[in-house]
Write a protein that binds this ligand. Structure first.
Ligand SMILES: [Zn+2]
Length: 143
């Protein structure tokens, strides 16, 4: 019973979604950055992955639109109100100092980029569990 139920759920998922899920399950070489790049490519957008002259090393660069996407790990970049962004109990002062510095730098970079005419969107690693939602956010941003 349980087994057939599970199978039918998998069947209902589109092929695209299934490979997305599987890549997450396998977890090898699928950093959040790679996942977002794959997703945006599947959405039909073209972008660059590296830039030597932009501050903050954005993960996806849409040159013509002057738009950028950053993919942030919840812990290192201090995602607010996020389970994965929580600090470990030991060495708390050390970690919080690091994370606070990272957050400050992230904000500075976004401001700097805005002054240069670039719009930025940040995708958090935890948001990647909901592909549809991420896709909608990105679509809305790039429109
Ligand atoms: Zn998060």
């Amino acid at each position: 019973m349980t087994r057939s139920k599970r199978t039918s759920t998998m069947d209902r998922l589109t092929k695209k979604k299934r490979s997305w899920l599987m890549s997450r399950v396998r977890g090898v070489d699928t950093t959040p950055e790679l996942l977002v790049r794959t997703l945006v490519r599947q959405m039909g957008h073209r972008f660059a992955s590296y830039s030597q002259n932009l501050p903050g090393r954005p993960d996806l660069i849409f040159r013509r639109k002057k738009m950028l996407i950053f993919v942030h790990g919840c812990f290192w970049h201090g995602h607010a109100n996020c389970q994965k962004g929580r600090l470990p109990k030991s060495n708390r002062a050390y970690w919080s100092d690091k994370v606070i510095k990272n957050r400050a730098r992230d904000r500075r970079v976004v401001r700097q980029l805005r002054r240069l005419g670039w719009k930025s969107l940040t995708i958090w690693a935890c948001q990647l569990s909901d592909r549809d939602k991420v896709e909608k956010r990105i679509e809305r941003f790039l429109k």
